[in-house]
Write a protein that binds this ligand. Structure first.
Ligand code: SAM
Length: 300
């Protein structure tokens, strides 16, 4: 059996009881270690908590070496641990398809994900549109495909959850060119960098998807002992000190309810100004009045 087990957001004991029981009976336990981190635990503390060895699975192992992970899983139980929920944002579809091809039974044990826990800021999950990911810009690679999705969300008034890049086990271009297996220290995008990159793309595209005054919410270390939430404009967030990872950002949509704003008040320094920017945003994205289709003169 291949068990896909969600670990939740932060602590070793955020795993569910069913997840823990499965881990304890597995012959091999892999921890997917490149799309997220467990903020209040590490490999050693997990090993102590589970009483099992934990094998770190980097991108290369998961994407190119799935047969190693799945070896003998027709007879043996193998656990593949994913921070958050196994189907939250990253789905590891290739591993699952490969397991199916090898006739390996699969069981998923779900857990909390950043994709639902962001509701902690008070914005209704029902009012979110497409989630987007923001990657670290480099000197000559500054992709902006997220912009169209944010614009689509904002046109219909929905909030956008922006997930921020994580770079783990990356090689510098020089080391890669020389074939040296030397890795750069891990990097996690901060709220400040995310806000700057977003505004840079608006400056380039000029389609008024958002502005410096667009209301947003910074979510840091959600579910950990050091969780913080900050409601501010994108411009203000370029100056924010978001601290240790992990971080996510929400760009508000027009359909923000008064109750959502009341809840956000606790995380906002100047709620009157924030509400004023929300109203301006609502006015700007106000849809044109609905015009019903004309009756077809030939219909009976
Ligand atoms: C690719 S997603 C993986 C999501 C994970 N499987 C889950 O279900 O939560 C990783 C990104 O989600 C966001 N994220 C994940 N956990 C977070 C947390 N606890 N607090 C804030 N952001 C988080 C960060 O932007 C991070 O780079």
């Amino acid at each position: 059996m291949l068990y896909l087990i969600g670990l939740g957001l932060s602590y070793a004991d955020d795993i569910t009881v069913r997840g823990l029981n499965a881990v304890k009976k597995c012959k091999r336990v892999y921890l997917e270690a490149y799309t997220s981190i467990l903020m209040a635990a590490d490999k050693e503390s997990l090993e102590e908590f589970y009483g099992r060895e934990v094998i770190l699975a980097d991108r290369e192992l998961v994407e190119s070496g799935s047969d190693i992970i799945l070896e003998n899983a027709q007879e043996d139980d193998v656990a593949f641990l994913v921070v958050g929920d196994p189907f939250g944002a990253t789905t590891h579809t290739d591993l699952i398809i490969r397991a199916r091809e090898l006739n390996i039974p699969i069981e998923t044990i779900h857990n909390a994900s950043v994709m639902n826990a962001v509701g902690a800021c008070g914005l209704q999950l029902y009012n979110f549109g497409q989630t987007v990911s923001l990657v670290f810009f480099t000197e000559n690679w500054r992709p902006d495909s997220f912009y169209n999705k944010i614009l689509e969300n904002r046109k219909i008034g929905l909030h956008t959850l922006v997930l921020l890049d994580i770079k783990v086990k990356e090689q510098s271009i020089e080391n890669m060119a020389r074939g040296r297996l030397i890795y750069e220290p891990p990097r996690y995008m901060s709220i400040e960098t995310a806000a700057e990159q977003l505004l840079e793309i608006e400056e380039k595209r000029q389609e008024q998807c958002y502005t410096e005054n667009t209301p947003a919410v910074a979510i840091s270390r959600l579910g950990s002992p050091a969780q913080t939430i900050k409601a501010a404009t994108l411009k203000e967030l370029t100056q924010y000190e978001s601290g240790e990872p992990l971080h996510s950002l929400i760009i508000l949509g027009r359909q923000v309810h008064d109750l959502e704003l009341d809840y956000l008040q606790a995380f906002c320094e100047n709620i009157d100004q924030y509400k004023q920017f929300v109203r301006e945003d609502q006015e700007f994205f106000k849809p044109p009045p609905y015009v019903p289709p004309e009756e077809d003169e030939f219909s009976d």
